[in-house]
Design a protein around this ligand. Structure first.
Ligand code: FMN
Length: 193
């Protein structure tokens, strides 16, 4: 079983990566694999289609997802928003009903706004949100700062443990014969024609 993690930072091994590594470690302790996908400049250098195609392929073997971003101007990075806009606009069969969580990494503020934006991709796609004992955020400008944020690190450890528990529970439910609910035909009510 595996969790696909998307690192929406422009820095490959910065604070966002460090935060994801903490979750990866907690998942590994529970026997769950993970892969951190770095978006980098690929969202904005003309290779977005190719990148999203690769991510769509990876979603097929993923049992859970984590969307992580640094806070840029109190929001997720433009890079992760472009990628998630595209990823979630595609046919979503491989995302639907798989657990998801989001993480924000900031020097100081804008974390809960960022967390909200990231969670909304999952909550419009019937993905159960995995939570922790605080909102998933860490603070820092350098990767090592993240480890100084002891509460942030613990939040991510709890998140990893909870994600592992839910993935295993869903698997056990399937084995016990609990059926995955079929998607309902979506009613679209437009107010402006
Ligand atoms: C363009 C830009 C905008 C930023 N805006 C904010 C902000 O609004 N609030 C904040 O606390 N930190 C802000 N930061 C700092 C980063 O969010 C923070 O250092 C984060 O942990 C970096 O993660 P990374 O190392 O994975 O890139 C900004 C950084 C950049 C480069």
């Amino acid at each position: 079983m595996k969790v696909l993690m998307i690192n929406g930072s422009r820095r490959e091994k910065g604070c966002t990566y460090t935060a994801l590594s903490v979750v990866a470690e907690a998942l590994a302790k529970e026997g769950i694999d993970s892969e951190i996908c770095f978006i980098g400049k690929r969202a904005v250098d003309g290779s977005l289609d190719e990148l999203v195609k690769e991510l769509v392929e990876k979603t097929k073997s993923a049992d859970g997802f984590i969307f992580a971003s640094p806070v840029y101007y109190a929001s997720p990075s433009g890079e992760i928003q472009v990628v998630l806009d595209r990823l979630f606009y595609n046919p979503k069969a491989e995302l639907r009903l798989k657990p998801a969580a989001s993480i924000a990494s900031a020097r100081r503020a804008g974390t809960t706004a960022t967390f909200d934006v990231l969670n909304k991709y999952a909550t419009i796609t019937e993905m159960p949100i995995v939570s922790s004992n605080y909102w998933n955020m860490v603070h820092g400008t350098k990767p090592e700062d993240v480890y100084e944020d002891k509460e942030g690190v613990e939040t991510l450890q709890v998140l990893g443990r909870n994600m592992a528990w839910l993935i295993k529970s869903i698997e056990a439910g399937k084995k016990a014969g609990i059926k995955t609910p079929e998607p309902m035909k979506k009613e679209r009510t437009n107010f402006i024609r």
